[in-house]
Write a protein that binds this ligand. Structure first.
Ligand code: ATP
Ligand code: MG
Length: 422
């Protein structure tokens, strides 16, 4: 039986690859405009990093990780997200000793054992950004603006930004008690799922993020943290909102957002596109002032987000906003007969080195078949080299779209290059 790619993974083929390259280029340009520099971390990490960093009561850690023992008996996990790895690198390379804030971004594959569906894969791609070293509300607004700018400039105009504050450990302690009082009867009568019963003792906030419809329905009426927030967290949240307003960024305050990872504190946010269902949540992020400490470093505030590239593509296509992308040869150079092959080899090489996207026959085809191929691959210009052309060092350049012909020198290639690069 033929071997297929594992469930939940996808090969990216031409011409789709052009969409990916377009998105990656835009993202890289915008993140550098905002002062974020790229960081690359390994695909796999010690399992403990995610248990400690993401949190062992989260769905990601409990149900979704690709974890295995390597041949040395170490427990290894394919990264389910980027933030924990960036935080590890921040500590490991003493980035905290460099001028702060540290503004880092990444473009990575992530791995989660989930039920594959539209916009939900087992290997997927995330663009993320993280800013360490300041808890100032200006940076919360800045990262939200970075995410919005990326989505808008890619062409996603219909976006909803939902924000919330999930407070700090001090306001959360009070809130946890209120949550427990609310959920206790459902624990006692066995309505909540087994995982949530465990969460009830360890981290009741996680119950709000349970994907089971029964738990979800009960969670809808649970108390919201905003009603228990301390003065400092409230002031912080108010400042974030003012800075968003100063940039004309519209938002909804949604008290039910808690986010799926344990490290969040204060500001959390999500961007939704017009797509219905889970694929509509294109970006999620928030502040994680406790993460670096949780990983053994000195208390260092941080904030970041991650967006799913597959979901960006779905949204762009749904909105008809994916630009026409093509990657066609500037010129196809055909040859007549054996004798001119070497001439075409040298000519193609010179043109490529001068920046021209140049194709030639590699299959020993007849002239007619070569021209058919030139047409199929969408070459913008073509040229036929026979004995005469090779000898005279000049040939007829044909514009494939308008069928216009120009005689050009093959000795001095300047004119040829100028015409095909226009
Ligand atoms: P969801 O609620 O959809 O499972 P999440 O809260 O688990 O999302 P995050 O961990 O915040 O997602 O990841 C950030 C972004 O990465 C999401 O908003 C989404 O765009 C994308 N993403 C998350 N999981 C997947 C997946 N399995 N396949 C494709 N994209 C994903
Ligand atoms: Mg998820």
């Amino acid at each position: 039986m033929a071997i297929t790619a594992p469930r939940g993974t996808a090969d990216i083929l031409a011409p789709d690859i052009l969409k990916w390259k377009y998105i990656e280029k835009k993202i890289s340009e915008i993140s550098s405009r905002f002062g974020y520099s790229e960081i690359r971390t390994p695909v796999f990490e010690h399992t403990e990093l995610f248990e400690r960093g993401v949190g062992d009561t989260t769905d990601v850690v409990q149900k979704e990780m690709y974890t295995f023992n390597d041949k040395g008996g170490r427990s290894i996990t394919l990264r389910p997200e980027g933030t924990a790895s960036v935080a590890r690198a921040f500590l490991e390379h003493n980035i905290y000793a460099q001028p702060l804030p540290a503004k880092l971004c990444y473009n990575i594959t992530c791995y989660r054992y989930e039920k594959p569906q539209a916009g939900r894969l087992r290997e997927f791609h995330q663009f993320g950004a993280e800013c360490y070293g300041t808890s100032d509300p200006t940076v919360d607004a800045e990262v939200i603006s970075l995410a919005k700018t990326v989505l808008n400039e890619l062409g996603i105009e219909k976006l909803t930004l939902n924000i919330n504050s999930i407070g700090c450990p001090s306001c959360r302690a009070k809130y946890n008690e209120a949550l427990k009082d609310y959920f206790r009867p459902y624990i006692e009568d066995g309505t909540l799922c087994g995982t949530c019963r465990e969460r009830f003792d360890k981290n009741p906030l996680r119950i709000l993020d349970c994907k089971s419809p029964v738990c979800g329905e009960i969670a809808k009426k649970a108390p919201v943290l905003l009603d228990y927030i301390c003065d400092e967290c409230r002031d912080h949240f108010e400042e974030v909102k003012k800075h968003l307003e100063a940039m004309g960024i519209e938002y909804n305050v949604d008290g039910t957002i808690v986010r799926g990872l344990d490290y969040y504190t204060k500001t959390v946010f999500e961007f939704k596109t017009a797509l219905s269902g889970t694929a509509g949540t294109v970006c999620g992020g928030g502040r994680y002032d406790g993460l670096i400490e949780q990983l053994g470093g000195a208390a260092t505030p941080g904030i970041g987000f991650a967006m799913g590239i597959e979901r960006i593509i779905l949204a762009l296509e749904e909105a008809g906003a994916m630009p026409d992308l093509s990657d066609v040869p500037d010129i196809f150079i055909a040859n007549i007969g054996e004798e001119t092959k070497l001439f075409v080899t040298a000519l193609t090489d010179k043109l490529r080195k001068a920046g021209v996207k140049c194709e030639r026959d590699l299959c020993n085809r007849s002239l007619k078949a070569q021209m058919k191929y030139a047409d199929k691959c969408g070459a913008r210009f073509s040229m036929v080299i026979g004995g005469d052309e090779a000898e005279k060092k000049s040939a007829t350049l044909k514009n494939m779209a308008v069928k216009e012909q120009t005689e050009v020198s093959l000795e001095n290639l300047d004119e040829l290059i100028k015409i095909v690069k226009e």
